[in-house]
Design a protein around this ligand. Structure first.
Ligand SMILES: C[S@@+](CC[C@H](N)C(=O)[O-])C[C@H]1O[C@@H](n2cnc3c(N)ncnc32)[C@H](O)[C@@H]1O
Length: 197
């Protein structure tokens, strides 16, 4: 998938012009604070939503056009929203390690090849502070085979993530982008400290 070409050609059906409804719903009842990383942020709607709640939010994307578009939005009044061109999966990408309080995932995990999932999970672990959290909105109930978006199952998520994370909460959100009804699940996972093992 050539993400940069999709943005250049304006072939971006995932771009909804607003933050992810499951994240909006979560933030109505729960607080996220501190330094937050949003991998595969696209044009940055989730980044700005989190900043508006007071977070210091850093959005990264592999497409320079997406990052340019993100920079064109007004800065949020609270918190901070910054954007940078970064390949999240590259181990030498100069992202700070053990730095973020939260990683907020929405439509990046489903965008990468299933063979890259292990690199993704290592990248989340590397980015988070000890005791940090991954809040993930994942496609778990898509009918179509193949991708992107690549669906996954709750059983696969447990297999992939539990070596490095403890799943503290799992639930089904009730708000979705149009056309994505009941396709997503949410997970709150705590980074495990692997140095103790
Ligand atoms: C389906 S889009 C979702 C974008 C945004 N989260 C949204 O909901 O509008 C997936 C995004 O992940 C980005 N992406 C794919 N692979 C990436 C990688 N290795 N590192 C960083 N971003 C990546 C793509 O450029 C694209 O913007």
């Amino acid at each position: 998938m050539d993400w940069e070409r999709s943005y250049q050609n304006n072939e971006i059906p995932w771009e909804k012009g607003q933050p992810a409804p499951p994240l909006v719903e979560y933030l109505e009842k729960n607080k996220i604070s501190g330094h937050v990383l949003v991998p595969g942020c696209g044009t940055g709607h989730d980044v700005r939503l989190l900043a508006s709640r007071g977070c210091h939010t850093h959005g990264i994307d592999i497409s320079s056009t997406a990052i340019d578009l993100a920079h064109q939005y007004p800065k949020p009044e609270f918190g901070t929203a910054t954007y940078r061109l970064v390949d999240f999966l590259a181990s030498d990408n100069n992202l700070p390690t053990r730095h973020y309080d939260f990683v907020v995932e929405h439509t990046c995990f489903c965008a990468i090849q299933p063979s890259q999932r292990s690199a993704y999970i290592k990248a989340v672990h590397r980015s988070l502070k000890p005791g940090g959290y991954l809040l993930a909105i994942l496609f778990t109930h898509l009918e179509e085979p193949g991708g992107p978006p690549y669906s996954t199952t709750p059983a696969e998520i447990e297999t992939y993530f539990t070596p490095m994370f403890t799943i503290e909460q799992y639930w089904r959100p009730t708000r979705f982008h149009e056309g994505r009804d009941n396709e997503e699940s949410m997970y709150l996972m705590k980074r495990r400290d692997l140095s103790k093992h």
